[in-house]
Ligand binder design. Sequence first.
Ligand SMILES: Cc1ncc(COP(=O)(O)O)c(C=O)c1O
Length: 333
Amino acid sequence: MHLARFPRLRLAHLPTPLEPLPRLSEALGIDLWIKRDDCTGLAGGGNKTRKLEFLLGDAFEQDADTLVTQGAVQSNHVRQTAAAAAAAGLKCEVILEGRTGSKAVDYVHNGNVLMDRLFGAVIRSVPGGSDMPAELEKTAAEIRARGGKPYVIPGGGSNAIGALGYVDCAREIVVQADELDLAIDLIVTATGSAGTHAGLVAGLAVLGADIPVLGIGVRAPKDRQEANVLKLAKETAALLGHPDRVKDEMVVANCDYVGAGYGLIDQAVVDALVLAARTDAILLDPVYTGKAMKGLIALARAGTFEGQRVVFLHTGGAQGLAGYQGELDSMLA
Ligand SMILES: Cc1ncc(COP(=O)(O)O)c(C=O)c1O
């Protein structure tokens, strides 16, 4: 594995810390650590910074002048893409899908959306259920017709190039664990558009690290999520020159904690946000890491991690909290 072969624009503060969570571990009765990818930098950090390093490297190779991407209204990926474009001197056009149906003022204008605007992204809004890949292509065609050079980034930055960012994270975790003499039994991460989970699986497989990854789903049912992650993990391993290293059984997702749907929060998510904040002062987000922590807490309490050392990958997202002010207000004790 030789990541220096791939074009890359350095944007992230790396390596991110790998630290124990002493008070949360005690509360859950497990040995829990955290990989702080909420501290990657770039508009407050999060998992997209790592993906965008490789995506922007590719965009510059293609001589693009405008990044085009899409996401839900409170998308962290869109916020970080808008920031990456600003930092790289590129233009940025984004399409926001009203996926949750929320019309709350904070959801539509605050949090990530406010930051998208600060970074100067051109924003177009479409209703929930729109054909987002088609919307991306439409926007790219308009940019081309004006003489511009668009670089289209899929939702979540989740293609094999973006997933290289999480191959690098896998490498970083293994190096840090070796330095700390820390045997890791399991890595737990939120899994959505699949790039983070797929990159980790591909990276660990190519390294031969033998550390399992559990993805906790935030949107799709288990069979669809696992199929998406597996396909992308295999494509990523192929891009690295090792197409056969990823085996089907390496991809495991638990999608029992999605609740009412993507971006819809419930009391158990708020309880997870509260527990992480009030034990080890970790800020999670309502859509991804809060749901992953809801699952991790439930599984820990059911004894699933007995005798295991678990690393929770914090993929960021706290910038979206302000978009959920109304719900949080009514559910916070
Ligand atoms: C904060 C946060 N965590 C996790 C994820 C899920 O990562 P992926 O889309 O690579 O599966 C996202 C995706 O948008 C995110 O914003």
